[in-house]
Design a protein around this ligand. Sequence first.
Ligand SMILES: Cc1cc2nc3c(=O)[nH]c(=O)nc-3n(C[C@H](O)[C@H](O)[C@H](O)COP(=O)(O)OP(=O)(O)OC[C@H]3O[C@@H](n4cnc5c(N)ncnc54)[C@H](O)[C@@H]3O)c2cc1C
Length: 298
Amino acid sequence: MTDIIIIGAGPAGLSAAIYAKRAGYSVMILDKGASECQITKATEVENYLGYLSITGIDLHSKFVEHVKANDISIIKKAVVSLEQNDAGFTVHTRKDSFDAKNVILAMGRSHKHLGIEGEERLSGAGVSYCATCDGFFFKNKSVAVIGGGDSALSQAIYLSAFCKNVYLIHRRDTFRAASYLVDRAKSIENIEFILNSTVQEILGESFVNGIRVKTNDTISKLDCDGVFGAIGEKANLNFEIPALNTNPQGQIITDNYCRTNIHGLYAVGDIREREVYQIITAVADGALVIEGILKDSN
Ligand SMILES: Cc1cc2nc3c(=O)[nH]c(=O)nc-3n(C[C@H](O)[C@H](O)[C@H](O)COP(=O)(O)OP(=O)(O)OC[C@H]3O[C@@H](n4cnc5c(N)ncnc54)[C@H](O)[C@@H]3O)c2cc1C
């Protein structure tokens, strides 16, 4: 039986693994794949201490290298369920099961869907949630970005560098996004703000060719080639854990040592309720959670 199984190899899970190994625990990481990891979607990271500028993929590779140098195995398998028993936990993937005394949930978070007509049908055919991943396909084309937070404003600014037009569609006329992002987007000529408006439908047969937008009581068609959904994120609690305490947004509630309400079960990084969702805060959880496990075993 392994002392600690970590589910998720993002910054939080990888950092927890290093602290676990150095505290003398046996540890194993199960991970769905780096393409699902948020850090790998960051084109440029400029706020992680020690690096003036580095791509998310390169920074993640350095984290993985560090973990592997500590003889920790990362098994590429998605966890589909978790069972609690007298000895601790059994973690199930589709074909295998692994036993552990403690489990650390480190599955991160991902984008919310818009929930409108045409979205699922045209997903990957003009509908995207990641400008840095898919923006290149819309070079010299018109795109709509939906949302009013940091992610929406950042994506609009990023796309404006090579798209013909960027429509930023937001249901209010005030923004959750940082004011410097709003000011910067407003200063860019090819970003057009469409405020107090909601998108009702994404149009197109085999590829997006427009959207239906409702502004006050008027519905109009706006031609565009791509739609970027940026209305927020949700915790990747992608299998059921009965009795686990979460907040109304589905984020796991923990104490300062990343302990959940279930003995032996911990949550680190973006999957837990917190104020700041950054690489540095996710990495910091690695140190906190092992302190929590040490306290629980004393
Ligand atoms: C586009 C973008 C740009 C960003 N830019 C920055 C930046 O410049 N600076 C900064 O500090 N932060 C940035 N962030 C935020 C940062 O990436 C996250 O805060 C950080 O990656 C969170 O780490 P995490 O380990 O909690 O989750 P993640 O990095 O999301 O990792 C979660 C891991 O869990 C795995 N997983 C999920 N479900 C399962 C399952 N059922 N079984 C097994 N594995 C599973 C996934 O495959 C993934 O590898 C950015 C995020 C995005 C999306």
